[in-house]
Structures are given as C-alpha cells and as structure tokens.
Design a protein around this ligand. Structure first.
Ligand code: NAD
Ligand code: DAU
Length: 349
C-alpha cells in the first residue's frame, strides 16, 4: 500500500510517519511537506534512509504539484495532517490559515477524487482535525462526536471548514473518508511556540514563562505517541464516513500545569524547589481565548479498544528529558537555521 502523509515533518506528523514506516515495512510511506517554519526534517533523521520512506517537498496549495505526484506515485490512501496549527498566528494572519487549511485540503480532496474515481472504494482519505472545532466548554461537559461545531478562532474556523469539505466530498462524490478530532498533544519535537515546549525552554533558560490571562483556561493533554497510535487504529479499523474524538482524559488548568512543570524541572535541574515558579508571568490574554476543551473518547475506546498508554506524569517527565537532551534541535529551531540546513539534502521537484 502507498500512503501519502501530509505534514509529516511537523510535530504530530513526524511521529505518525515514524510509526507507520517502522510498523508496516510493506507499506510505502510518502511524506509531503512544505517545510514551513514548523516543518523540520531533523524530526525524522532516524528513518530518513529506510527503503519504505520517501520525502516529497511541496505545497498542498499548489494543485498542479499535487496532480503531478498523484500521477507519478498512484497513492492508495492519504493521511492529511499538513496545516497551519498555531492559534496565536491565526489571530495575526488568518488568510495563511485559509490558504493551507481550507484551500490546501480542498486541493487534496479534488486530486484524490479525480485519481480514485474508477475504484473509489479501494481508497481512503483520512483527515486529522482538532477538538477546537467544537468551540469552548464551561466548567462541565465533554465534546462528543455529536457536539455542534462552534469554532471561535481563525485557526479553528479554518479546521472546521476543512472538516466540512471532507464530509461534503463523502456525501457528494462518495469519496471514502475518515476524520478524527483530537485534544492538545504534547511530547518530543513540539515546536516551542506552543505552551509546554515554550515553558520548558524558558524555564531551562531562566526566562519569564508567559501565562495568558489568569491561567484558568483548561486543556486536555494527550501524549503525542498515543495520538499516533489512535491514528493507526482509525486508519486500519475505523468505519468509513465516521468521525472519532481522541482525548487524554487529562484536564489541566494552564497555571496548575505550568507550576507542575516548574517543580519538575527544578527537580531535574537540581534547582531549589520553588525557584522556577518565580519565572511565571501573567500576560495579556489571547483574544477570544476558549475557556475549556475536554474530549469524550468513548466511541474510539469502545469500538476500537484504544486508550491512552502514557500517564501525564510519565509523559511530561519524558518530554522534559527529551528537550534537555536535544539541545541542538532546540537551538536550531529557535534560531530558525534548520530549514536551510536540512533543505540542502533534498531538491525541489
Ligand atoms: P505542526 O505545525 O507542527 O506541523 C504542520 C506541518 O505541516 C509542518 O511540517 C508544515 O511544514 C506542514 N505544512 C504547513 N503548511 C503546508 C502546506 N501548505 N503544504 C504542505 N505542508 C505544509 O502541526 P501539528 O501540531 O503537528 O498538527 C498536525 C495536524 O494535527 C494539524 O492538522 C492540526 O490541526 C492537527 N491537530 C494538532 C493538535 C496539537 O495539539 N498539536 C491537536 C489536534 C489536531
Ligand atoms: O486542542 C487542540 C489544539 O491544541 C490544536 O488543534 C492546536 O493545533 C494546538 O496548537 C493546540 O491549541 P492551543 O491553543 O490549546 O495550544 P497552545 O499551546 O497555543 O496553548 C495552550 C494553552 O496555553 C491555551 O489556553 C493558551 C495558553 N498559553 C499559550 C501560550 C503559547 C499561555 O498561557 N501562554 C503561552 O505562551
């Protein structure tokens, strides 16, 4: 089987690519990535020479490029992760999110539909989405697959739009699709603009740790490898046309999470307890900041037997260790050097 994975040089995509390349040596895995600021081939150095792995540098907004690779490689399935993924960036530049997340997704749907039309049911388009499409919860309740869409940031509006297009292609053109909507991921290779890796980097360097507003917003955190395992399960055993919610059953207020991280890093770095908490700095709140996300994953658990395998204590400890050990990765990413350096290994099509 030939699988096109988009966004495979990013945070979650790189873990999905590695899992598929290692677990399924008979599959050919093609990683299509534009290598934006968030894409980093250093995330995949361990598998880059495997026979069943091919990197394709390209932009999903470029329909002619997609046409060329579909004609050349004849993919059987797509797992679509490529996206602009950071909410704060979407507030300053919403159009970039429309381009990649909406137009890029529709381009992929079009090319898949055209190339697969003779034997549609032998193919699959699996779209990776977010719990943010459901909006914001109060103190109680969980997002289920039936929760009405209520996106509230330009990022979540663009992801909601892409989800709607994916379902529209299923209903209108019988394109076989699957969707999953996941909560906040954390783990190795997470770009240090997002809360957990940003806090780890700042605590390490004794710089202020910015907490938006009063730090009372709640997120449901899932270790990235558990998300990759869920994607594997849904890809192989999920029902065509269906949506699956994926969450960590692990809700934390931002301030409690940051305090936990400060204490954990004090311990690991041999600093006196309470030292790093002094770095916590309350800053202006994010515009339209969603209060709480929490996911009900019971459909995925009951139908496919998935459950999170990594506890938060274990996952956070592994994540901190990874960032403390991979100083070169962190320095390259924060200095912006990595793209030009790694791009040299590959030529554009
Ligand atoms: P990321 O920003 O780390 O990676 C995105 C990848 O997509 C990068 O490698 C980037 O180079 C690539 N890309 C961006 N624009 C592209 C384009 N036009 N053409 C080709 N490649 C392009 O993102 P992530 O956090 O790994 O998220 C991956 C997917 O999972 C996204 O669709 C996101 O919405 C979804 N998701 C993320 C989370 C999370 O907590 N990070 C949770 C749920 C769902
Ligand atoms: O819920 C899934 C989503 O999780 C994904 O779809 C997104 O791609 C991913 O980026 C993530 O979105 P969030 O906005 O929840 O993640 P972020 O790490 O940016 O912020 C987590 C929380 O921490 C949020 O309440 C905002 C807050 N925050 C964030 C940053 C970067 C801070 O308090 N300070 C910060 O510096």
């Amino acid at each position: 089987m030939k699988i096109l994975i988009t966004g495979g040089a990013g945070f979650i995509g790189s873990h999905v690519v590695r899992l598929f390349v290692n677990k399924y040596p008979n599959y050919q895995i093609y990683n299509l990535d534009k290598l934006t600021y968030a894409g980093n081939l250093a995330n995949l150095t361990d598998i880059k020479d495997k026979e069943n792995y091919t990197f394709l540098k390209g932009d999903i907004v470029d329909a002619a490029y997609l046409e060329g690779i579909f004609a050349e490689y004849q993919f059987d399935a797509v797992i679509h992760l490529a996206a602009e993924s950071h909410v704060d960036r979407s507030i300053t530049d919403p159009l970039a999110f429309v381009h990649t997340n909406v137009i890029g997704t529709v381009n992929l749907l079009n090319v898949a539909r055209q190339h697969w039309k003779e034997n549609m049911d032998k193919h699959l388009f699996y779209h990776i989405s977010t719990d943010e499409v459901y909006g914001s919860l109060g103190e109680d309740g969980l997002f289920t697959e039936e929760t009405a869409y209520d996106p509230r940031s330009p990022y979540s509006a663009s992801k909601a739009s892409s989800d709607h297009f994916v379902r529209a292609y299923y209903h209108t053109y019988s394109l076989p699709i699957k969707l999953s909507n996941c909560s906040n991921n954390y783990g190795p290779n997470h770009f240090p603009e997002k809360l957990i890796p940003l806090a780890i980097n700042n605590i390490k360097n004794e710089r202020p740790v910015p907490v938006y507003g009063k730090g009372e917003n709640v997120r449901d955190w899932l270790y990235v490898l558990d998300h990759a395992r869920a994607i594997d399960d849904i890809f192989h055993r999920g029902k065509v046309g269906d949506t699956y919610n994926i969450g960590g059953v692990n809700e934390w207020r931002n301030i409690d999470l940051i305090e936990l991280l400060c204490d954990l890093m004090d311990e690991k770095l041999g600093r006196p307890q309470g030292h790093s908490r002094k770095l916590i700095t309350f800053v202006k709140d994010r515009a339209g900041h969603d209060l709480r996300y929490a996911i009900d994953s019971s459909k995925l658990m009951n139908e496919l037997g998935w459950e999170p395998s990594v506890t938060f204590e274990e996952g956070l400890s592994k994540t901190v260790d990874w960032y403390l050990e991979n100083t070169e990765w962190l320095e390259n990413v924060t200095s912006g050097n990595y793209t030009s350096y790694y791009e040299q290994q590959y030529t554009d099509r």
